[in-house]
Design a protein around this ligand. Structure first.
Ligand code: ADP
Ligand code: ZN
Length: 522
């Protein structure tokens, strides 16, 4: 007997299915098409692996994660599953061997990089063998509006035309309702053509927290010492050099850490990844290149020191924490410079790219600045509206005050306006705040900014608070930055604020608690 449940026990050694798995597996095993939306760690792999084992022929898995194919195949082989892969990292002989196995009907699963399907030779090869199903992993890569578009994925719409009788299952952990619809459209898996399985996206064991950035390295260290001493985790940052620096900083402070980014050679990267999977209590400081498809169940925290580009990316990265279902933390420090930098990056590229970037960024900033439950907002974003406050995020646990920031907003905007109108000048946030605070710095004196009527009109707030005001004005689109130097400029929406026609609601950044008592080094 070769039923799904029997394969689950015998091959994979698991007692029961995870929620959703059985239905999906039985549908695909019976030859149906499926579109599966399931959060990271939900157990998507089994949804195509078991049908591939139950059905005659080879299951062909399209995956963009070339770097992981070897690991995936090794893991399957260890379970006695006959698996192979074809991608650009292999030499001719290695490919020949896999192709021969496929043609001889000796493979249960064949992993393929999407670009291989564009090759005439690959299509010819597949035509000659017996295929049990096509699994399209990371299916959101077909969405042009998504955050991870890959042109090679567009060609996957051809699969159905070429192999009309072979079932297809597309899977993703990251899809807003719009992306979901686009995947179905582009892959020919619309409702009616295929069954859609949408699992709950909530990860209730993950505690979400987004804090104002002041001294990022120190804040990270305090967070790790206070809440995750000795735990495994991932720290994300944007640049290679900061990944190196932060890793070195953690090591100096007694926390075992390794960098991981595209600037390291493949062997070092593979070595660091292997150590992360194997060792306990290791922290990897990575650029976004790390973690896709990595299955380490006991990642206890994911920390972001820079703002991710999109909520999809953020949720996917934070989803790598707590796959074992035990408590885990998604922690982020975010500040004014993040907004400035991302607003500037969102000004690059062609019109469509800019619009896409701006939409992604606005959603990300709204999540950062919200005064309501972060989880409710995240789930709403992924198409599960109407949740109640979760009690396991920072805004639930210490509700931030919101306040009427109209007057401070007007002070910032009119300073920007005066510099432009009266002096024909543009400056960055630092100078604007110095003017508001009435500081006679060298730069203020040099430009004669102490004679502006707005000089010193903002002593009711401190330096950090003014930065918070400017950050939120940028986040809300009431202020903009110029691409080149990051100077502040007004937007169309600024005028209504200056005229008093638009109330500006701001979030009061919770004061940082007095430095957490450092845990003793172990
Ligand atoms: P995803 O691709 O959705 O992120 P995976 O397929 O990598 O998730 O599965 C996540 C983890 O859960 C893996 O360690 C996998 O072995 C495990 N897993 C999947 N299904 C089951 C199950 N039915 N019972 C126990 N563990 C499971
Ligand atoms: Zn909450």
């Amino acid at each position: 007997m070769n039923t799904a449940t029997e394969v689950l026990h015998r091959v994979f050694g698991y007692d029961t299915f995870r929620p959703g798995q059985q239905e999906i597996i039985e549908h695909v095993a019976a030859g149906g098409d499926a579109l599966v939306l399931m959060p990271t760690g939900g157990g998507k792999s089994l949804c195509y692996q078991i049908p591939a084992l139950v059905r005659p022929g080879t299951g062909v898995v399209i995956s963009p994660l070339i770097a992981l194919m070897q690991d995936q195949v090794d893991a399957l082989t260890a379970l006695g599953v006959r698996a192979g892969f074809l991608n650009s990292t292999q030499d001719f002989d290695e490919r020949q061997l896999v192709e021969a196995e496929f043609l001889a009907g000796e493979l249960d699963l064949l992993y393929l990089a999407p670009e291989r399907l564009r090759l005439e030779s690959t299509v010819r090869l597949l035509k000659k063998g017996a295929i049990s199903l096509f699994a399209i992993d990371e299916a959101h890569c077909v969405s042009q509006w998504g955050h991870d578009f890959r042109p090679d994925y567009l060609a996957l719409s051809e699969l159905h035309a070429q192999w009309p009788e072979v079932p297809r299952i597309a899977l993703t952990a990251t899809a807003t309702p719009a992306t979901h619809a686009e995947i179905a459209e582009r892959l020919g898996l619309r409702e009616g053509e295929a069954r859609h399985f949408v699992a709950g996206f909530d990860r209730p064991n993950i505690h979400y927290r987004i804090t104002a950035k002041s001294e990022p390295k120190r804040q990270l260290l305090d967070f790790l010492r206070a809440e995750h001493p000795g735990d495994s985790g991932i720290v994300y940052c944007l640049s290679r050099s900061s990944a190196e620096k932060i890793a070195a900083f953690l090591v100096e402070n007694g926390i075992p850490a390794l960098p991981y980014h595209a600037g390291l050679d493949a062997r070092t990267r593979a070595h660091h990844q292997a150590r992360f999977l194997r060792e306990e209590g290791l922290v990897v400081v990575a650029t976004i290149a790390f973690g896709m498809g990595i299955d380490k169940p006991d990642v206890r925290f994911v920390a972001h020191l820079d703002l991710p580009k999109s909520v999809e990316g953020y949720y996917q990265e934070t989803g790598r924490a707590g796959r074992d279902g035990l408590p885990a933390t998604a922690w982020m420090a975010y500040g004014l410079q993040d907004v400035v930098q991302h607003r500037r990056m969102a000004l690059e590229g062609d019109e469509q790219h800019r619009r896409r970037q701006a939409l992604h960024l606005d959603a990300m900033l709204a999540l950062c600045e919200t005064v309501t439950c972060r989880r409710v907002m995240l789930l709403d974003y992924f198409g599960q509206p109407g949740g109640s406050p979760c009690g396991n995020c920072d805004t639930c646990q210490t509700p931030p005050e919101s306040w009427d920031g109209t007057v401070p907003a007007q002070k910032v905007l009119s300073t920007v306006l005066r510099l432009a109108r009266e002096r024909g000048q543009k400056f960055g946030v630092g100078q604007i705040v110095d003017i508001l605070l009435g500081k006679t710095t060298a730069k203020v004196l040099q430009h004669g900014h102490d004679s502006l009527t707005v000089f010193g009109i903002g002593t009711e707030l401190g330096n950090a608070e003014w930065h918070g005001v400017a950050r939120q004005l940028l986040a809300q689109g009431l202020l903009a930055v110029e691409p080149n130097y990051g100077a502040l400029v007004l937007t169309d929406a600024s005028a209504a604020v200056l005229r008093g026609q638009h109330e500006v609601r701001l979030r009061r950044d919770p004061r940082r608690p007095a430095k957490a008592a450092s845990a003793p080094k172990s």
